[in-house]
Design a protein around this ligand. Structure first.
Ligand SMILES: O=C(O)C(=O)C[C@]1(C(=O)O)C=C[C@@H](O)C=C1
Length: 117
């Protein structure tokens, strides 16, 4: 146990501050992704927005940088969702899967592409 008494209010204030920082950083990242979309469109009117090789590179980097306490798989899952939301800003994505809702193929599609609309 640490010698410093843990104050719940202080810890929650710290969490609120960190959440504000995370919110601002995710918004900044999303604006960057929108600019990426503009650059892609300026270069090619049939631009491809979904770039799986780039997403894999981002996730590999995040997993290598991660120092815990969240494990790298969990961190990658969070970043996959962030990229999924950023990609949805660039262009709405349509993902098809086999069978009714709740199947393994739907779960696999959600895991791979994230849940963003
Ligand atoms: O780097 C790109 O080409 C992007 O469009 C940005 C981004 C990202 O959010 O990092 C978003 C969608 C792509 O599938 C890959 C990466």
């Amino acid at each position: 146990m640490s010698d410093t008494p843990i104050n719940l209010d202080e810890l929650r204030q710290r969490i609120d501050q960190l959440d504000s920082d995370i919110l601002n950083l995710i918004s900044e990242r999303a604006s960057c992704a929108q600019q990426v979309a503009h650059v892609k469109l300026a270069e090619d009117k049939d631009a491809v927005f979904y770039r799986p090789e780039r997403e894999a590179q981002v996730l590999r980097r995040i997993m290598a940088l991660n120092k815990g306490p969240l494990d790298s798989e969990e961190m990658a899952r969070l970043f996959r969702e962030i990229m999924s939301a950023c990609l949805a800003l660039e262009q709405p994505v349509k993902v098809a899967y086999l069978g009714p809702e709740g199947t393994f193929t739907q779960q696999a599609a959600l895991k791979h592409f994230g849940k963003a609309p």
